[in-house]
Ligand binder design. Structure first.
Ligand SMILES: Cc1ncc(COP(=O)(O)O)c(C=O)c1O
Length: 395
């Protein structure tokens, strides 16, 4: 069985890993659009429910197509266990809520995607879980924030949208020293370029909506960790609260995984070239790209990432007006708040994804009025370079 062999390279696992082939011998993974399952006898139903016999019970708990996606993701991540969920935010919410109770405390970097910030800053405190936000790059701040009741630390690295990079191993050590766990949102790095579990994190979450689908079709999320972590914190929370991944979306994501290495490799090569091009323009005041030598955390990038990723952030001259002129002059890049897509996308974070934050909060996260985030797609890089050059003339 291919999926049992962990020495296979990622590209091979992503095509063959986790397949549950039906008696019909289909080539492509089967899509099991079913809510429930039937049992040959009452005794068989009893044994299945008791866990004495393997098998599926109800698609809120598990489903063969979802199980294939989970197994393939676990192989890619090098995790013992994975759970597919309905969206990236379902993954973040379950990973946090599943671990805490009233009286606990969590620590997170303040540079987070807006909805993650909502879960940590607003939702958890409503249930008696205190939250402290720190500068994720400052290890002394992490150390100072730890309390006896700290249960979970949470980071996203590279961050959305300023592409700051945090030291996963160092933060995991601080969390463990205080008896807490570390959850890493690895969306920007993709499962190919950074392996948080190998760096000491306890749990990794993805919005599979991004590079894993990568073709703008469906929402999805996944939580990866040790079997013990999943059983202790996640398994029952998901079964009883029901943020289940639809089998159709799991099937789409399985197909996405087959081409993930090709897409990420190509998008990253284009991103590296376009970041250099942008850096040469007098209309661009600053470029943030983890693959460039001028990235402030370049040493950490080298230590924990195998590439600079598919996203670039830039500060355009002329603030918000300059940024809007640049966005509106682009013809191939589409204005969208999404990322990781086959189509190149551009976002103005301060008026879209991070609009909820006030000016001071935005400034603390490095979100200036002229900041734009570019997600590089699969188009010919020469066309993308021309599109950028022409639009810069309009700034
Ligand atoms: C870093 C990060 N985490 C989580 C999410 C949430 O994912 P989803 O939209 O699939 O819920 C997003 C994007 O939306 C994101 O950029």
């Amino acid at each position: 069985m291919v999926e049992k062999d962990r020495t296979l390279k990622a590209a091979t696992q992503l095509v063959h890993g986790g397949v549950l082939r039906s008696p019909f011998g289909e080539t492509s993974e089967a899509l099991y659009l079913t809510q429930g399952y039937v049992y040959p006898t009452a005794e068989a139903a009893e044994a299945r429910f008791k866990g004495d016999e393997p098998g599926f019970i109800y698609s809120r708990f598990s489903n063969p197509t979802v199980a294939m996606f989970e197994k393939r993701m676990a192989l890619l991540e090098g995790a013992q266990a994975a759970r597919g969920v309905a969206s990236g935010m379902a993954a973040v919410t379950a990973a946090m809520m599943g671990q805490v109770k009233a009286g606990d405390h969590v620590v997170a970097a303040h540079a987070l995607f807006g909805s993650c910030l909502y879960v940590i800053e607003e939702l958890l405190p409503r249930f008696g879980v205190a939250a402290t936000l720190v500068d994720g790059a400052d290890l002394d701040r992490w150390r100072a924030a730890m309390r006896p009741e700290t249960k979970v630390c949470f980071i996203e690295t590279p961050t959305n949208p300023t592409l700051e990079v945090y030291d996963i191993q160092a933060i995991a050590d601080i969390a463990h020293g205080a008896g807490a766990t570390l959850v890493v949102d690895n969306v920007f790095a993709t499962p190919l370029l950074q392996k948080p579990l190998q760096l000491g994190a306890d749990c990794v979450v993805y919005s599979a909506t991004k590079h894993i689908d990568g073709q703008g079709r469906c929402l999805g999320g996944v939580i990866l960790a040790s079997e013990e972590f999943i059983q202790t914190h996640i398994h029952n929370f998901l079964r009883q609260t029901g943020p289940s991944l639809s089998p159709f979306n799991a099937w789409t994501l399985l197909k996405g995984l087959e081409t993930l290495p090709l897409r990420v490799e190509r998008q990253m090569a284009s991103a590296a070239r376009l970041a250099d091009l942008l850096a040469q323009s007098p209309k661009i005041e600053r470029v943030y790209y983890p693959g460039r030598d001028d990235h402030p955390q370049r040493a950490i990038v080298r230590k924990q990432m195998s590439g600079g990723g598919t996203l670039i952030a830039v500060e355009v001259a002329g603030g918000k007006a300059g940024a809007f002129r640049f966005e509106n002059a682009l013809e191939i890049f589409l204005i969208s708040n999404n990322l990781g897509d086959a189509k190149s996308l551009i976002t103005h974070p301060s008026t879209t994804t991070h609009q909820r934050l006030n000016v001071e909060q935005q400034a603390r996260m490095g979100i200036q009025p002229g900041l734009l985030r570019l997600s590089i797609g699969l188009e010919d890089v020469d066309d993308l370079a021309d599109d950028i050059a022409r639009a810069l003339d309009a700034v």
